[in-house]
Design a protein around this ligand. Sequence first.
Ligand code: MG
Length: 392
Amino acid sequence: MPTTAALIVAAGRGSRFGGALPKQYLRLAGVPVLRRAVLAFLGHPRIDRICVVIHPDDRALCAQALAGLDLAPPVAGGPSRQDSVRLGLESLADQPSDHVLIHDAARPLVDGAVIGRVIDALADTPAAIAAVPVTDTLKRADDASGGLVTATVARDGLWRAQTPQGFHFQPLLDAHRALAGEALTDDAAVAERAGMAVTIVPGSEDNMKLTTEADFDRAERLLAATAETRTGSGFDVHRFGEGDHVMLCGVMVPHAAGLEGHSDADVALHALTDALLGTIAEGDIGVHFPPSDPRWRGAASRLFVRHAADLVRAAGGTIVHVDLTIICERPRLGAHRDAMRDAVATMLAIDRARVSIKATTTERLGFTGRGEGIAAQAIATVRLAGSAPSQD
Ligand code: MG
């Protein structure tokens, strides 16, 4: 099997919509555009290595956008897109892959099928690009004609080139080196100039380049149309021990005993953390906050909840609702319920109408009935915009 690297080009500074942020760092349905583009390749089973090329001034923005992903540090690009691609290729040249796919970060909705078609074509051709046929009738009109149509242009055989564009690595690097400084609009043009045969494979109309605000709106609508609802559940138990209060949902509740645990033993928030992690299949609280790590000794459990909520949001999720049930005979919790709802709503940054907290006993049955500890269960409902970008 030939190896394939992906070069994600994110060095442009165009903000275009009057904002200060380059567009690849804007959030699209909650997730930065660059992160969506990277995840499309990171999650693709046939991509072995990823290189992100950025503007040297954007390191902090990039680190924020790609936080938590298993990636090599980004490469600094050059003054033009062509320079940036060449510098990215040079950075891969020490351990060259057989093939390289070059993709614009401004096309965050590329799907695995398009990526796969480009990779497939490289078995038979040194260069392959995703493209879609021109279907609209083409007219020529310019300032000289005062905006009037001067001609109808035949569209037969015309294609709109997209990315990814795939190449055999070494010939493309050679072509970029030889043609450095020439203004060519895409990498296929570089390959064509170098005499490489370029094959077209079907792209996708959804694989659009985000250029205008209208493009952003369309992309948001596309992602909303494929949004899905996820439900996660969590369960936890802590045993009573020494103490004069318990922490439940971040609220101190006076009691004749405390709860044993490595952190503040807030059993309800531990269940909630697991429920949130469950919505994005991110393991459990022990994976993120190992009990063996001294940093979490006595820690306020709202830190765990906030971390899980941040992960949900980084995956494009919106927390719709959480429902907690605390199970114990004592202490009585009714008087604390409002404070608990407020505390949870604050730590999740959601409206308190989206936070439900219930308490029940087990009719004196079992360990909770015998007053040996407190159990809690939680259900979290999250709406994920678009097919959830995932690192799996
Ligand atoms: Mg626990």
